[in-house]
Ligand binder design. Structure first.
Ligand SMILES: [Zn+2]
Length: 165
């Protein structure tokens, strides 16, 4: 997997913005449930305050999905917003139970470099829909299941099925 390295020392005070484009292959995302069409584009915003960094990632990409109802293939754009704090230094030794419920996660980094690639990969993985639908109104093509009109050749099978149920 390629690395998307943040060089923490080179970031200026205040706001820094970057744009990074990755392929599915570069982020090791070729063998997931649905193929990715085109590139994975990430807009990165970093606010630096001394050795604290607030990082915001907006990752956009297109999945080629298969509708779970009608099996039509369709493409859909996804956008995932992620944010976390990065601090230089060791993870503080906070006794269990003392950790505050922060709405934003804090990660710790010991060196001057931080690789964003695993985080962007995770953004894509977490966006994989469980039951994609080609449209909100998609319905399974209707077929007549009226049991009265069933071909008599199926009758025995249907009786058997009813027994089993
Ligand atoms: Zn559908």
């Amino acid at each position: 997997m390629k690395q998307i390295i943040l060089k923490l020392n080179e970031l200026r005070k205040g706001k820094n913005t970057f744009h990074v484009s990755s392929t599915a292959g570069e982020l090791d995302l070729e063998d997931i449930d649905y193929p990715i069409v085109g590139n994975i584009d990430t807009h990165i915003e970093i606010y630096r305050n001394r050795n604290n960094y607030e990082i915001k990632l907006r990752t956009r990409f297109v999945f080629r999905l298969t509708c779970s109802r009608c099996l039509t293939e369709f493409e859909k754009q996804f956008e995932d917003l992620g944010a976390f704090y990065l601090k230089k230094g060791e993870v503080p030794d906070i006794p269990e139970g003392m950790i505050k419920d922060e709405y934003i996660e804090t990660l710790y980094v010991s060196g001057d470099e931080y690789d964003l690639a695993p985080i962007i990969r995770e953004q894509v993985l977490l966006s994989i829909p469980m039951k994609p639908l080609c449209s909100d109104s998609c319905t399974v093509p209707e077929y007549d299941s009226g049991i009265d009109e069933v071909d008599s050749r199926w009758a025995d099978l249907i009786k058997l099925k009813e027994k089993l149920m």
